[in-house]
Design a protein around this ligand. Structure first.
Ligand SMILES: [Mn+2]
Length: 265
């Protein structure tokens, strides 16, 4: 099996994720990699809201090993919930400057589940903290958030990833708060949003891409559909944006999107 596949926000819903990957033929009945040399991308937000955040992280980590052993590849981006959980773990009830509450309160407000913190092991922390903020696949930019805030961190994809990684390595509460605040923006590029197309153009041009594939904003909140009716991506901005957040946490069945079979805008 070949191809490049992408899945959106998982948010602790391990079983729906596995079923979704099974429907796409990427994993077997036991959830193991069976997609040979295919490439699978996750767009971030593995944790929070759902019943098994650490189970999802363990699963994605294991799938990376299995895929690599079979000539395939599983790649994973960083989401804001992942940052918020790392911040809650690192700083606990210290005040997050600018967010008007502690890091743990910020994480809980995002849907963090306190019992999951006890399950967060060093290897999870290390894995989450090394996830890149952005990636490029041919002319497609992959990002968790539908926001241009990434550009505040650098002029190139490599510089942005290095700067965000630097925040996650640091004990700088201002920097961590700033990263969480930046990630709090949603819907920056939606049709009809003032200057949305200008911001999108600037982000794509700066990073040398033709389109953006993202998660972060559940599709049903944009379309008004029932979450269970969201079975595919929301393509907008004249084809230059592809939203893949099928929203497992609201009962969406989720979907896997094939990046290399869709025409570029
Ligand atoms: Mn998110």
């Amino acid at each position: 099996m070949a191809g490049i596949f992408v899945v959106g926000d998982v948010h602790g819903y391990l079983q729906p994720l596995v079923r979704c990957l099974q429907r796409a033929g990427l994993v077997d009945e036991a959830g193991g990699w069976q997609a040979g040399q295919a490439v699978l991308w996750f767009l971030g937000d593995y944790v929070d809201r759902g019943p098994d955040s650490m189970g999802v992280v363990d699963y994605v980590m294991a799938l990376q090993q299995q895929a690599a052993a079979r000539g395939g590849r599983v790649n994973a981006l960083l989401g804001n919930h992942d940052v918020a959980m790392l911040a809650a773990h690192r700083f606990g009830d210290r005040l997050a400057p600018g967010l008007q509450r502690s890091f743990i309160a910020e994480w809980l407000a995002l849907g963090g589940r306190e019992e999951e913190l006890a399950r967060l092991e060093r290897r999870h922390v290390a894995w989450l903290a090394q996830l890149p903020a952005l990636a490029a696949v041919n002319d497609t930019l992959l990002a968790h958030a539908d926001s241009p805030f990434y550009l505040e961190y650098g002029d190139t994809l490599e510089a942005i990833n290095a700067a965000v990684a630097g925040v996650l390595e640091s004990d700088d509460v201002e920097a961590w708060s700033g990263l969480l605040a930046g990630f709090n923006e949603h819907r920056a590029f939606v049709d009809g949003k003032k200057n949305g197309h200008v911001k999108l153009r600037a982000m794509l041009d700066r990073l040398g891409a033709q389109r953006l594939v993202h998660g972060h904003t559940p599709i049903f909140t944009l379309t008004g559909q029932a979450p269970s009716a969201v079975l595919g991506p929301l393509v907008y901005a004249e084809g230059r944006c592809v939203n893949l957040d099928g929203c497992f946490y609201a009962g969406g069945p989720g979907f896997v999107w094939r990046l290399d079979r869709q025409g570029a805008a």
